[in-house]
Write a protein that binds this ligand. Structure first.
Ligand code: T1G
Length: 697
C-alpha cells in the first residue's frame, strides 16, 4: 500500500508509505493523483492532510527513475502538485523528518504547511546536478521572497523548521502530535470557508534592489560553477518568477530541468549519490550485526590530526579524551581546538554557547590509564611502526576487553600493528584526511583479523561523525594515497620532460580539481611526503624511475606555504602560489642532468598521464580486492581528493571516456616511457576485450 488514508471527522489524512524515504515514484504519483482526486469530489471530506510515514515526509522524486526510460502512464511530479494546488478543499502538508526536493515542492503545492520541530525542508537538487523541476523555482519565491529562495535553491541547503517558520515557508511548528495539529488546522481553514491559498496565484513579494540581489547570487553561485549548468539554469528559472506568467514560467522550468537531468554532469552526480550509500554497506555486515555503541572515545596524540579527530567527536556530541605525554603539546593542541571553533563562531556557523558545549565534550590526559574505559581509542601519533606497536601493546593491557583500538596511520601495515595486541579482532585503521575536522572521507582499514563486529561499529560511527566511511584492505597507501602516489609521480616526470608546475596545475584545475598536484603539495607541506619517500628509499626498486626534484626543494628548506616557498613562492603571510624562476631553473637543470631535451607537452598528455594513471591503479586495487566495488574508489576520490563531482569519480569517468581509449593511451606511454605504472592493468585489458566497463562488467 503506497498510501494509507483515514478520515478524522471531515478531514482526510493521506499518508505516503513508500519506504525508505517516501520517494515520489511513478506508482506513488499515480496513487496520490487518484486518491486526491477522489477525496476532492467527496461531500464528506472538507479538508485534506498529506503526511509521510516512517522516517520522513518525502525525500523527493525517485532519483533512480531518472536513468530509466521515461514512463508516460503516470502523472509527472509537476502535474500531481498542480492538481493538489487546484483542490477546492484546504490541503495541509504535515511535515516530519525531511521534505526535500520534490517533497518540498509537494508541500509548496499544498495550501498550508505544518512542521514538526525537528523537521528540515530544502531543495537540494543542485547537489545532484539538477534543479527543482516541479514548481519549486516558481512557488518558493512567491512564498519566502526572492532572496531566501535564491539562497535555498542555489545552495541546496535545507532549513530547520524554526527557520522555515521565520521565512513563512511553514505556517506552524509543533512539538506535540503533528497530525492532530494538521487536522485542527485543516478544520479551521475549512470552517472559515475561505479560498485555499494557492502560491501560483500570488506574486513574488516586491524587493527594492532586485538587480543587486540577483547579481550577488550570480556572483556567489553561478560565476563559481566551473562549467556546471545547474546553477545558471536555477537562476534563470527563478528570475522568470519575477516577470513571466506562472504557467509559462512553469513550462520553461520543465525545459531547463530536463536539460539538467539529461546532462552527463547530473548523471555523474547522481552516480556519486548512490555509490556513496553503497560504500556504507559491507558484505557480511547487517543491521543484526552486534555493534559496540561508542559512548566514550579517546585520541592518543595531540598533534594536527589528533586535534582534528577530537573535534569530529566533539561535533558529534561524543565525549572524547585527548592524550599526550607532553603537557605543552596538550596546551598547544587545545589552543588549536579552541581556535577552530572560534573561527566557526566568527563565521556565524556556530554560536558561542554551542562552541563551549562542544569543547565541554573534550577532556585531556597525560596518563594513558585515563583512557581505560573508552569504547574506542584512536591513535594519531608519529608515523613510525615501532612507536605505534609499542603504544598498541600498552593500550591492549590498559583498556577494557571490548575497546576498539584504531590507528590513524596513512600507510603503515595495520596487520603488523594489530599483531602487537592480544585483541587483533578489535584493531582497525581509521584513516582520516587532513584537516580531519573538515574532510569527509574516512578510509576504514580492515586488517586480516579485524572482526565484522569491529568493522560494523566503525562503519556506523563514521556516519555519526558525519564522515563518509569506506572500507579498504591493507596495502601500502591503502586506496587514496596509493593512487595519489602514481598521480604525483607522473606529474613530476612531466616537469622533467618539459612542463612546468604552473602549466600542469592549470590543466588539472581546468579538468575540475580544486587544485593541481603542485599547489596541493605546497598546501599539505612538502616535508610530509619527503619523510615518507625517505622511509621508502631503502625498498624502492633501483630500476624504478624516480624524480628527485621535490627532494631538492625540501633540501633547500622549501616546504611549501608553511615555509613561504615550495613549488611556488608566496608573499609573506600570503597563500597565492606565484611561479618561481628558481624552481623553473631547478627543473631545467634536472632535465639537463637526465640528458632529456625538454619538449612542449600538451593538455591532452597531462590529463592522460595524470588521470589515466589513477584509473589504472584503481583497476589494480580492484583486482587485488583492496576494495570490493569501483564505486568505493569514486567515493574516496570525491571526498578525499576533490575529484570533480561532475565527472563522477575516476572509475565512472573511465567508463564515460571508454576503457579502450584509456588502454590505448596508457599502452602508448608505457611503450614510450617504460614506467610500470603505465602498463594497462589486466582488468582493463579484460574489460576492453569484453567491450565492457567498470560498471558494466
Ligand atoms: N530517490 C530514490 N532513492 C532515494 C532518494 C530519492 N530521492 N533519497 C534517498 N534514497 C534512498 C537511498 O539511496 C538509500 O537507498 C535510502 O533511500 C536511504 O537513504 C522533482 C527533481 C532523504 C535525507 O536530493 O538526501 O526531487 O542504500 O541512506 O541518511 O524537483 O537520502 O537503502 O538502497 O541517504 O536517512 C531530490 C536525497 C531528488 C534527497 C535520507 N531529493 N536523499 O537520509 O538515508 S530530485 C534529494 C537524501 C527531485 C524534484 C527533483 C537522503 C535523505 P539504500 P540515506 P538518510
Amino acid at each position: 500500500m503506497l498510501l494509507e488514508t483515514e478520515l478524522r471527522g471531515a478531514t482526510a489524512v493521506v499518508c505516503l508509505s513508500n519506504p525508505p524515504v517516501n520517494a515520489l515514484s511513478s506508482a506513488m504519483r499515480g496513487a496520490m493523483f487518484d486518491q486526491l482526486s477522489e477525496l476532492d469530489s467527496r461531500k464528506d471530506v472538507a479538508g485534506i492532510v498529506v503526511a509521510g510515514s516512517g522516517r520522513c515526509f518525502c525525500g523527493g522524486a525517485d532519483i533512480r527513475e531518472f536513468d530509466r526510460p521515461a514512463r508516460h502512464d503516470e502523472p509527472l511530479v509537476p502535474a500531481l502538485i498542480n492538481a493538489i494546488e487546484r483542490s477546492n478543499k484546504p490541503v495541509i502538508a504535515a511535515i516530519h523528518g525531511v521534505a526535500l526536493g520534490g517533497g518540498c515542492e509537494l508541500a509548496l503545492g499544498c495550501h498550508y504547511r505544518i512542521a514538526a520541530a525537528d523537521a528540515r525542508l530544502g531543495l537540494p537538487e543542485i547537489k545532484l546536478g539538477l534543479m527543482p523541476g516541479a514548481g519549486g523555482t516558481q512557488r518558493l519565491p512567491r512564498l519566502v521572497g526572492l532572496e531566501a529562495a535564491l539562497q535555498m535553491i542555489l545552495s541546496g541547503d535545507a532549513v530547520s523548521a524554526a527557520r522555515a517558520l521565520d521565512l513563512g515557508l511553514v505556517d506552524q511548528v509543533v512539538e506535540a502530535d503533528l497530525i492532530d495539529a494538521a487536522v485542527a488546522y485543516a478544520e479551521a481553514r475549512a470552517g472559515g470557508g475561505e479560498t485555499p491559498r494557492r502560491l501560483s496565484s500570488l506574486d513574488v513579494p516586491p524587493l527594492k534592489d532586485v538587480d543587486s540581489v540577483i547579481e550577488a547570487a550570480s556572483a556567489r553561485f553561478v560565476a563559481r560553477a566551473r562549467g556546471l549548468i545547474a546553477p545558471g539554469h536555477c537562476l534563470e528559472s527563478i528570475e522568470n518568477s519575477l516577470s513571466m506568467p506562472f504557467e509559462s514560467a512553469l513550462a520553461r522550468e520543465r525545459e531547463l530541468f530536463i536539460e539538467c537531468r539529461e546532462s552527463e554532469q547530473s548523471k555523474a552526480q547522481r552516480h556519486l549519490f548512490f555509490v556513496e550509500r553503497e560504500a556504507a554497506k559491507v558484505p557480511g555486515v547487517s543491521k543484526k550485526t552486534p555493534v559496540v555503541e561508542v559512548r566514550r572515545a579517546a585520541v592518543v596524540g595531540c598533534g594536527t590530526m589528533g586535534v582534528g579527530i577530537a573535534v569530529c567527536f566533539a561535533d558529534a556530541g561524543i565525549p572524547v579524551t585527548v592524550h599526550d605525554a607532553s603537557k605543552a603539546a596538550l596546551d598547544t593542541g587545545f589552543e588549536r581546538m579552541r581556535a577552530i571553533y572560534q573561527t566557526a563562531v566568527t563565521k556565524s556557523r556556530l554560536s558561542k554557547r554551542e562552541m563551549e558545549a562542544r569543547l565541554s565534550h573534550v577532556g585531556r590526559a597525560e596518563d594513558l590509564a585515563a583512557l581505560a574505559d573508552a569504547d574506542i581509542v584512536i591513535e594519531a601519533i608519529v608515523e613510525e611502526m615501532d612507536a605505534k606497536r609499542a603504544l598498541f601493546r600498552t593500550l591492549d593491557a590498559l583498556c577494557k576487553p571490548e575497546t576498539i583500538l584504531a590507528t590513524n596511520t596513512s600507510s603503515l601495515n595495520v596487520d603488523a600493528i594489530a599483531a602487537a595486541t592480544k585483541r587483533p579482532d578489535r584493531v582497525i585503521g581509521t584513516h582520516f584526511f587532513s584537516p580531519a575536522h573538515v574532510m569527509k572521507l574516512m578510509e576504514n582499514v580492515r586488517a586480516d583479523a579485524t572482526s565484522l563486529e569491529t568493522i560494523a561499529c566503525v562503519m556506523r560511527f563514521s556516519r555519526k561523525l558525519n564522515k563518509v566511511g569506506v572500507l579498504v584492505a591493507v596495502c601500502d597507501g591503502f586506496v587514496g594515497n596509493r593512487m595519489y602516489h602514481n598521480y604525483t609521480r607522473q606529474a613530476a616526470f612531466l616537469l622533467e620532460e618539459g612542463a612546468l608546475p604552473q602549466q600542469v596545475d592549470q590543466v588539472i584545475y581546468d579538468f575540475g580539481f580544486p587544485m593541481g598536484p603542485f599547489a596541493v603539495g605546497d598546501l599539505a607541506g612538502l616535508d610530509v611526503s619527503w619523510r615518507i619517500r625517505k622511509r621508502r628509499a631503502a625498498t624502492r626498486p633501483s630500476e624504478e624511475r624516480y624524480s628527485p626534484i621535490a627532494d631538492r626543494l625540501c633540501e633547500r628548506g622549501r616546504f611549501g606555504q608553511k615555509s613561504g616557498a615550495g613549488w611556488y613562492r608566496y608573499q609573506p603571510g600570503g597563500r597565492k602560489p606565484e611561479p618561481d624562476p628558481a624552481v623553473d631553473a631547478l627543473i631545467v637543470a634536472r632535465s639537463e642532468e637526465m640528458g632529456l631535451e625538454r619538449r612542449t607537452i600538451d593538455e591532452k598528455e597531462i590529463i592522460e598521464r595524470c588521470v589515466y594513471v589513477l584509473i589504472n591503479e584503481g583497476a589494480r586495487i580492484l583486482e587485488e580486492g583492496i576494495v570490493s566495488r569501483p564505486g568505493d574508489i569514486d567515493v574516496i576520490w570525491r571526498h578525499g581528493y576533490g575529484f570533480p563531482v561532475h565527472r563522477g569519480g575516476p572509475m565512472f569517468y573511465a567508463d564515460h571516456i571508454g576503457l579502450k581509449k584509456i588502454r590505448d593511451a596508457l599502452l602508448c606511454y608505457y611503450q614510450r616511457d617504460g614506467d610500470a605504472t603505465l602498463e594497462p592493468a589486466p582488468m582493463i585489458e579484460e574489460l576492453v576485450k569484453k567491450n565492457a566497463g567498470f560498471y558494466s562488467r
